[in-house]
Ligand binder design. Structure first.
Ligand code: BG6
Ligand code: MG
Length: 215
C-alpha cells in the first residue's frame, strides 16, 4: 500500500516567504532596539508568531507585559502582510507546481498543514488554492509545531489516518511534528539534513513522487 495523501507545509515548501518574515521582524526589532539577525530568523521556521516573538525576546533585560507582546506581534504581522502584497506566483518554489499536478493526475490527495495564520491570504496570492483538498492552518490549532496537531487536523479533514499521509517540511519542528503524528516525513531546504526524515532533497525537484508515496 502506498500513501494516499501529501500534506505540505506552506512557508519554505510551497512558497518563499522567509525574506518577508525576516524584513518584518527586522523592522520591529529595529524600532524596539532588540537584536535580530538572519541566524535568529532561521530558528523561527515552523514556529508560531507568538512563540517566534518569545524566541526573539529571550535574554532581553526588558520585560514585556502580555499586552505589550500582543502589540508587538500584531505590528510585526502588519509589516509582514504589507510585504505579502508583493507575493505572486513567481514566488512559488521550484518543483512545486509540477509535483502538485502529478499528484492530482494520480488522484493522490493534497493538503496544507501550516502554522501560519496568513495561509488563506498567501494561497490566494499565489493562486494554488485549487490543488488542495484540505487546509489546516494556524487559525485552527491551539498547539504549534513540533506538536502534531496541525497535521492530524489535515489528515482528519482528508478523511485519512495518519499512517496514510506523508508530510513535506522545511523546518526541524515540522519534521518532529510529522513524526509525532505517526506520518512519513520528507525534508527539503533547511531541514534536508535532519536525521529523522525518511526522504530528503534540496527542493521538491529532488523528491520523486514514487519515493514520496512509498510506505
Ligand atoms: C510558519 C513560518 O509557517 O508560520 C514561521 O515558518 C511563522 O516563520 C509561522 O512564524 C506563523 O506565521 P504567521 O503568518 O501566522 O505570522
Ligand atoms: Mg516551513
Amino acid at each position: 500500500m502506498s500513501k494516499k495523501a501529501v500534506i505540505f507545509d506552506l512557508d519554505g515548501v510551497i512558497v518563499s516567504t522567509d525574506e518577508y518574515h525576516y524584513r518584518a521582524w527586522k523592522q520591529l526589532c529595529e524600532e524596539e532596539g532588540i537584536p535580530f539577525s538572519r541566524e535568529i530568523n532561521e530558528r523561527l521556521r515552523g514556529v508560531s508568531r507568538m512563540e517566534s516573538l518569545d524566541l526573539i525576546l529571550k535574554g532581553e533585560a526588558q520585560v514585556y507585559s502580555p499586552e505589550a507582546k500582543e502589540e508587538l506581534a500584531a505590528r510585526k504581522n502588519r509589516y509582514y502582510v504589507q510585504l505579502l502584497q508583493l507575493l505572486t506566483p513567481a514566488d512559488i518554489l521550484p518543483g512545486v507546481t509540477a509535483l502538485l499536478q502529478e499528484l492530482k493526475d494520480r488522484g493522490v490527495g493534497c493538503a496544507i498543514g501550516s502554522s501560519s495564520k496568513n495561509t488563506p491570504f498567501i494561497l490566494e496570492k499565489i493562486g494554488l488554492g485549487g490543488f488542495f483538498d484540505a487546509v489546516a492552518d494556524g487559525n485552527q490549532i491551539r498547539r504549534s509545531k513540533p506538536d502534531p496537531e496541525v497535521f492530524l487536523l489535515a489528515a482528519e479533514k482528508l478523511g485519512l489516518r495518519a499512517e496514510q499521509c506523508v508530510v513535506v517540511e522545511d523546518a526541524e519542528a515540522g519534521i518532529e511534528a510529522a513524526l509525532a503524528a505517526g506520518m512519513k516525513a520528507a525534508a527539503v531546504s533547511a531541514a534536508a539534513h535532519y536525521p529523522g526524515a525518511h526522504v530528503r532533497g534540496a527542493d521538491l525537484r529532488e523528491i520523486g513522487v514514487g519515493q514520496l508515496l512509498q510506505d
